[in-house]
Design a protein around this ligand. Structure first.
Ligand code: F3S
Length: 426
């Protein structure tokens, strides 16, 4: 792999041992991928603060410097971690002290995370604590090379914003933060961003439920390749695209998609394929739509719902408002809990609008920083949950061994109020 003079100097220790270890990791990573060079990044979204037993042990042994060396740089070196070289944010983490008494999460991990937040803030990390950094002001521009983790954020950055990132990991983002460099391969190259599959939609797709189901279909079809979707699509808003991408990255490993005339790198169907022949279209009609709905509800048997989870990926302000409106003047069933996950930076506005209070008056909770899948934490005794997120319906039954129902926001709120799942595909 070709290194610039600055890369070589970093590798040789000109900027200290931590940066040398970071560059060593990037060289090993880049060589394994056959990358020809590294590219500049000035926007890193990674994870440092998420607690784990391994992290707790490393912090006991050598403090946060040691934990970063081992977990974020794959190094057993004994050195101090300098300030982040380029803007870096913390993605979703675990529940914090304000979820105490609501989310059953170990106190020692809450303390560890609080300590981590203080340490990494001093190092320059923005503790956004959300899987949706793009909803709280982190918006790379089209064509910008970035280094992001979190599959739902990566697919949004590539497809909707036109930024360029692979689905990075804890160590590669840790090294990118200290060097401002990342291996230039995969989605950083234009030819790897062109469409590979064409899906022709022949049934109306309107609203987040339908966009989520279409994304789930697309991911299942193309797996890790790049779908281009045309047909009877209502013009999506950011919420629709958030659900489409998160679902496509769950049923498959989609990191970029194109919607001709909508997403920035596809002004036309032909452009989405870079002038190559457009493949034969795979239809998505009413039959396929129903099959996806049934698939996402295949883990639900018992209609008695004891937990409703909203806000995966973390909710936008519009979702908080819509949830509040649906709960206005109502009260949750005594056996059912409702959590709405929201970025902490949006919570202030939700409070100011009175939406948080409306949801809490009904018995629901507006929580930040994390989610049940990340924290492996749901209300005690949960056996059956309902969600409006194809991603959570896909993952949570496997992670926690609980049943899942999938439907619209209104179906989920009704289940929280009545304690019974009555959702159906309309
Ligand atoms: Fe975010 Fe958790 Fe969903 S991290 S994308 S709310 S699984």
């Amino acid at each position: 792999m070709k290194l610039s003079d600055t890369d070589k100097a970093m590798l040789d220790g000109a900027e200290g041992p931590a940066v040398a270890a970071a560059m060593d990791l990037l060289v090993r990573y880049g060589q394994a991928l056959d990358a020809e060079q590294l590219c500049d990044v000035r926007n890193v979204a990674g994870t440092m603060t998420q607690p784990s037993p391994a992290k707790a042990r490393l912090v006991r042994e050598g403090g946060w410097h040691k934990a970063y060396a081992v977990l974020n740089l794959d190094s057993d070196g004994d050195f101090a971690i300098p300030d982040m070289k380029v803007p870096t944010c913390q993605l979703q983490q675990s529940f914090g002290p304000d979820a105490e008494g609501i989310a059953p999460y170990p106190k020692e991990f809450v303390a560890l995370q609080t300590d981590a937040e203080a340490f990494y803030s001093r190092k320059g990390v923005n503790i956004l604590a959300t899987c949706t950094p793009y909803q709280v002001g982190n918006l790379p521009v089209r064509g910008e090379h970035v280094a992001w983790m979190e599959s739902s954020a990566v697919v949004y950055a590539n497809s909707v914003l036109g930024a360029r990132t692979n689905c990075e990991g804890t160590a590669s983002t840790g090294a990118a933060s200290l060097t401002g460099r990342i291996p230039c391969w995969g989605n950083h190259h234009t030819e790897n961003r062109l469409g590979t599959h064409h899906i022709d939609v022949r049934t109306p797709v309107v609203g987040p439920l339908d966009w989520g189901m279409l994304g789930y279909f697309a991911g299942g079809l193309v797996q890790e390749e790049r779908p281009v979707v045309t047909g009877t699509l209502a013009r999506p808003d950011p919420l629709d695209l958030k659900h489409f991408g998160a679902a496509a990255a769950s049923s498959g490993g989609v990191e970029i998609y194109h919607l001709p005339g909508i997403t920035p790198e596809a002004p036309s169907l032909e452009a989405a394929f870079g002038g190559r022949p457009v493949p034969e279209a795979v239809p998505y009609g009413e039959r396929e739509r129903r099959a996806v709905y049934e698939d996402l509800n295949s883990q639900g048997n018992d209609p008695d719902v004891d937990f409703v989870l909203l806000g995966c990926p973390h909710a936008s302000l519009d979702q908080v408002r819509d949830t509040a409106r649906l709960l206005e003047g109502r009260r949750l069933s005594s056996g059912t809990q409702l959590w709405l996950m929201v970025p902490r930076a949006l919570r202030t506005t939700a409070d100011r609008n009175g939406w948080t209070q409306t949801i809490e008056r009904a018995g629901g909770r507006v929580l930040t920083d994390s989610c049940p899948a990340m924290s492996r934490s749901v209300p005690p005794g949960t056996k059956v949950f309902a969600t409006d997120s194809a991603k959570q319906a896909h993952y949570l039954p496997a992670i926690l061994g609980i049943e899942a129902w999938f439907g619209t926001l209104a179906d989920c709120v009704d289940a929280a109020v009545t304690g019974t799942w009555k959702g159906d595909l309309r």
